[in-house]
Each structure stands twice: as structure tokens, then as C-alpha cells.
Design a binder for this molecule. Sequence first.
Ligand SMILES: Cc1cc2nc3c(=O)[nH]c(=O)nc-3n(C[C@H](O)[C@H](O)[C@H](O)COP(=O)(O)OP(=O)(O)OC[C@H]3O[C@@H](n4cnc5c(N)ncnc54)[C@H](O)[C@@H]3O)c2cc1C
Length: 390
Amino acid sequence: MRIVVIGGGVMGSALAYFLVAEPKFAGEVVVLERDPSYRFASSARSASSIRQQFSTSINIAIGRFGAAFLREGRARLAVDGEAPALGFVEGGYLFLATADRLASLEANVRVERSCGADIALLSPAELGRRFPWLSVDGLAGGSLGLSGEGWFDGWALLQGFRRKAIRLGARFVTAEVVEAERRGRRAIAVRTRDGERIAGDLFVNAAGPWAGKVAEMFGVFLPVEARRRCVFVVSCPEPPRPCPLVIDTSGVWFRPEGEGFLCGAAPPPERDRPDLPLDEVDHGLFEDIIWPALAHRVPAFERLRVTGAWAGYYEFNTFDANGLVGPHPDLDNMLCANGFSGHGIQQAPAVGRGLAEWICHGRYLSLDLSPLAPERLRRGERLLERHVIG
Ligand SMILES: Cc1cc2nc3c(=O)[nH]c(=O)nc-3n(C[C@H](O)[C@H](O)[C@H](O)COP(=O)(O)OP(=O)(O)OC[C@H]3O[C@@H](n4cnc5c(N)ncnc54)[C@H](O)[C@@H]3O)c2cc1C
């Protein structure tokens, strides 16, 4: 049995690793990646943070496995005694809420705790005591992850999965898929830009922000668009410490990175068009939206300096902003690992493991990922996640 994975970013590489590491798997894994430098891949442009604070229990469970994997994955991904430095810093996420959003935050915390997540609900006074650098102006509360949340080296995770998968027998081929062949409800083969035809028994769409375009080649639809998100690197003479990853009430986020900070926010909807160029950073967004919000929430940020910036694509699921994981409803032998909408890099370990189980055993064994099944597109049932970070 030949599994053809289209896209060798963190999703494609995680799946390849879990497949070839699975003792029951006797097939061949071919990963087609058009650019092994990953210049434009989301996995190389990510803020690489991980959390358990979600409103849906499936995302919480996925986050919990992701954190466990980041703690022990180093050893599992070692090649010739060299283990990738995943750099997991369990600094926590802090979601802040105004009075009108407090009930929703509390409801989320109830769900998170019932799923075993380690989350504290803090009053404005408690927030002020714990984080003296934070202005609690207008705040009614906040939820803080006490363990299993923080940030890590996403590039190292991608390379760790890829290297280990190759060592265990997966074949990574530099090739761009430009066409696909199908017969009825079955995908048969893909054709590369160099004219090569590659047949397969099962195809996996792991093309990140380009997943909608790959689906189109097979003549099926996936509601995934490439939405540009900009990350700004800032330094500050009196850096607030200790500092978790903070999600402000404005939607602006920031977190420590080395001596400085990363920050970002979603652009206003009218500016959030698909396929905007990645070589242009939206500096107006920083001036108009991000900096005022940062300075309001952390007075020390009034004196910050921007030291760098980059742009990458969210693989945005326009249907319900959640992962689309599992068989495509219109193709019997096409699996999707798509549409993670800004929380994909942390979900790669659970999605890779889950799809490998599905392929080898015909069902999920460790964690049932069926709530993320793309079948929900056909039923018109949204799995809405309230905690999507712009
Ligand atoms: C600015 C930013 C911040 C983010 N922050 C976080 C965060 O804090 N936490 C989090 O969990 N997630 C975050 N994400 C999201 C996360 O990075 C992505 O969900 C994840 O990296 C997606 O991985 P992927 O492998 O699906 O896609 P990618 O990494 O984009 O990989 C897809 C690959 O497919 C290849 N490809 C595409 N089409 C073809 C084709 N036709 N033929 C061959 N190859 C093809 C591409 O070259 C690419 O390498 C962030 C994303 C961005 C942009």
C-alpha cells in the first residue's frame, strides 16, 4: 500500500513519522514537498505556541497530547543519538476578559477543567498581584494555564519529524503536485510539475494554506484559504517578566521570545483577503491596532521598539475555523489534515498520530478525532471554536 502525502510541512512530516513508526504499518510513505527549504510554509513562519484553553473538548485533548509530546518527544525523535531541541517553555496562556465576556470565559474554563486542563481563573486583583506590570483597567478577569501551555521551537519540531520519518523509511521527494487523476470517488495518481505521474492507494492532503488548491486538483472542495498574518518582534527597556502568552481583550496577543517579545493581531475583516503577498508586512496594523493595545495593557510597552517582523499564512477554514481531519466526504481514499486556522503546529503530534492509527487500524485508537471529520461540511454542522486567536 502506497500512501502519497502532498505537503511535507509539520502535518505531512508528523503523519509520515507516526506511520513509519507504527509496527503494524507495512506500506510505503511518499511525501511530496515542492520546497524543502520551507520558505513560505506556515510551519516555518509560525509563532509556535501551544495551549489547552479552547472551548471545544477535542481541541483541549489535542493540546494536552501536544504538550506531553513536546516534553518527551525529544527522545522519540532522536536520530543517531541526536535529539531535536524542541525548546518547550511552559510559560502559560493568559486570556483576559471584559465584564461582557466574563461568563463566556468562565464557561470555557469549566469545559477545560472537566477535560483535565490545569487552568486558574483570576480576578482583576489577583491578576494585578501576579503580574504587577499589567494594567487591569477594564478587566473583569482572566484565565491562566498553569501547565502544558507555552511556546516551543516549531522549526525544530518539523525537522525532528522529518528526519526521524526519513530514518525510519519514509521517502521525501522534492516535487510540486500540479494535477490529479481520479476515477469516480477514488483518487488514482498525481502529476508533478516535472511531468512525473505518481500513483497511490491513499492520498493525504497536507498542503497547509494551499490545501484548497490541492483539493481542487482532485475536483473536490475544501473551505481553506491562505490568510496572511503578521508577527512583530519588539524589545522594551523594562520588559514585563514573568510574562505568559497574553491574549488581550482587544484580540492583540504577545509573548516573550528571548530577550524581547513577539506580538500580533488579526487584520480587520475588510483587509483580511486570501493570498496577500508574504513579502509585505502590514506595518499599519502595528501602528493602528497592535501598539495602542499593547501600551494600554502594559504601560512599559509605550517605550517598545520594533526590531523585526514577518508574515505567514494561516490555513484558514472559512467554514468553522477548526481542523478538518479525516476522509474527505467526496473522495474515498483522500485524507485531510487541513484548516487549522492558527492552531495547527501544536496539533501536529495528535493529528499525525491519529491519522496514522486511522490508516493502520481503520479507526482512531488513542484519541478520537472524529469531531474534526470533514464530513461535517456535508452535514452543514459547524464545530465552532470560540478561542480562535487572530
Ligand atoms: C504567523 C503565524 C503564527 C502562527 N502561530 C501559531 C501558534 O502559535 N500555534 C499553533 O499551533 N499554530 C500557529 N500557526 C499555525 C501553524 O503554523 C500551522 O497551522 C501549521 O504550521 C500548518 O502546518 P502544515 O504542515 O499544514 O502547513 P505548511 O507548514 O504550510 O506545510 C504545507 C506544505 O505543503 C507544501 N505544498 C503546498 N502545495 C503543494 C503542492 N501542490 N505540491 C507539493 N507541495 C505542496 C508547501 O510547500 C508546504 O511546505 C501560526 C501560523 C502563522 C502563519
